[in-house]
Design a protein around this ligand. Structure first.
Ligand SMILES: C[S@@+](CC[C@H](N)C(=O)[O-])C[C@H]1O[C@@H](n2cnc3c(N)ncnc32)[C@H](O)[C@@H]1O
Length: 241
């Protein structure tokens, strides 16, 4: 799977490098995220939230929860158990601070952990979500299999990930944005210059649409739906256990 790594001049594996990179950028991740997507990620996240809410889940796991935006949104569902998991302690610290500010510490539990070795029993969650996380996994199929294991029977996985628009004009705009604008924004505003080059390079390299659907199916998911957002700049995938 995608082995684009943040720091090409070091020997460490993708997982170690990704963890270090997100620890480095955790402090300005939220602000840069809004700038990079022109704020559009907020409406795509809301669409994920609507799909999740409709499932009436009693338990939700948000993997690669980062700074906790999705976990915090899930506090508006009737779920009794909401867990956010991430491999970066830096990102989780930001998530915990935001959660505390909203008085939701009793509602959301955060766990430091690896998506490819989930610290949960089989069939523990009705819904699992991953927003902008799966392209950072070292072994995508292992991560997706682990999610399948912890999902309840008929449970649902909802993924939001970057994709490349099919429309020619949108596609050119997208390429200019990811190839030149994104690394420039990263260089200007981030403390980690290489991080934003990695984020855009990995976005261009990662499978999306039919290709990613085929990977979900190979791992064992059913009823996989592909829902492009804003002409395909990002895509939501729904899949059932
Ligand atoms: C681009 S951020 C997305 C954060 C958040 N979900 C969002 O939508 O803003 C990717 C997150 O994936 C986490 N991550 C990467 N690999 C992981 C793994 N194997 N297990 C758990 N989290 C991982 C990173 O630490 C980072 O917080």
């Amino acid at each position: 799977m995608s082995q684009v790594k943040p720091y090409k001049d070091t020997e460490a594996g993708k997982k170690e490098q990704v963890t270090e990179m997100f620890d480095n950028i955790s402090g300005n991740y939220d602000a840069l995220n809004r700038v990079i997507t022109f704020g559009m990620d907020i409406s795509w996240r809301k669409n994920v939230f609507k799909i999740v809410k409709k499932q009436l889940p009693a338990s939700i796991l948000d993997i690669a929860t980062g700074t906790g935006d999705m976990a915090i949104l899930y506090a508006q569902t009737d779920a009794k158990k909401i867990v956010g998991l991430d491999i970066s302690s830096g990102m989780l610290e930001v998530a915990k601070t935001k959660t505390k500010k909203k008085n939701l510490e009793e509602v959301i539990e955060y766990k430091l952990g690896d998506a490819e070795h989930l610290p949960f029993e089989n069939e523990s969650f009705d819904v699992v979500t991953v927003t902008y996380g799966i392209r950072n996994f070292e072994d995508l199929e292992k991560g997706l299999s682990e999610i399948l294991r912890v999902l309840s029977p008929n449970g649902m996985l909802v993924v939001l990930e970057t994709s490349i628009p099919e429309n020619f004009i949108l596609r050119q705009g997208y390429m200019v944005h990811t190839k030149y604008m994104l690394p420039l924004i990263g260089r200007l505003f981030s403390t980690d210059k290489k991080a934003y080059a990695y984020l855009s390079e990995s976005a261009r390299d990662f499978p999306y649409g039919k290709k990613l659907k085929a990977i979900f199916e190979k791992v064992g998911y059913n009823k996989v739906e592909v829902l492009p957002q804003a002409g395909g700049i990002s895509t939501i995938y729904k899949a059932v256990k």
